[in-house]
Design a protein around this ligand. Sequence first.
Ligand code: HEM
Length: 146
Amino acid sequence: MSMFAQKSIQIIATGLIALSLSATAAAADKTLYERLGGKPALQAVVGELWTVVAADARINGRFKHTKPEAFGGQLVEFLCQGAGGPCQYKGKDMKTAHTGMMLTDAEFTALAEDTTKALNKFKVPAKEQSEVIGLLASLKGDVVNR
Ligand code: HEM
């Protein structure tokens, strides 16, 4: 395995640990959604993620027919809900949305790395970054089909 892939797995594992730790934290703690900065922050990160993905030759081909506004909106709603925000994602569940795409581990890792880039752009702190990546990692089994 390349150092890069190993590092990504490490990052995802760290994210998962952070997520399970935060799940046991006091109920009075702020949600990930609040700590990230709410809807405007999610919109900014998803907008930047789109820019990073569009320049990422490993996966940009996957999105060549995708309309950024509609997709970005769905992703914001999905992440908002997943981060404990006051949103109701009404799109397809992750298994249905990605079924038949035959997405690979490497493509999943690429998207996780691009997400980290987007989070870095807005100087999202390490703890919140781990939780976002942990959220993605928890869905990997539904997204990767081979
Ligand atoms: C945990 C990781 C991921 C999450 C949370 C996620 C989230 C989503 C969401 C919310 C949608 C919209 C579904 C709908 O509109 O009903 C979607 C669609 C899609 N996803 Fe993912 N996704 C993930 C991983 C990936 C990866 C790794 C790829 C490819 C590299 C990918 C490619 C796509 C494509 C091509 C679509 C269809 C977009 C369109 O409507 O044109 N996704 N995803």
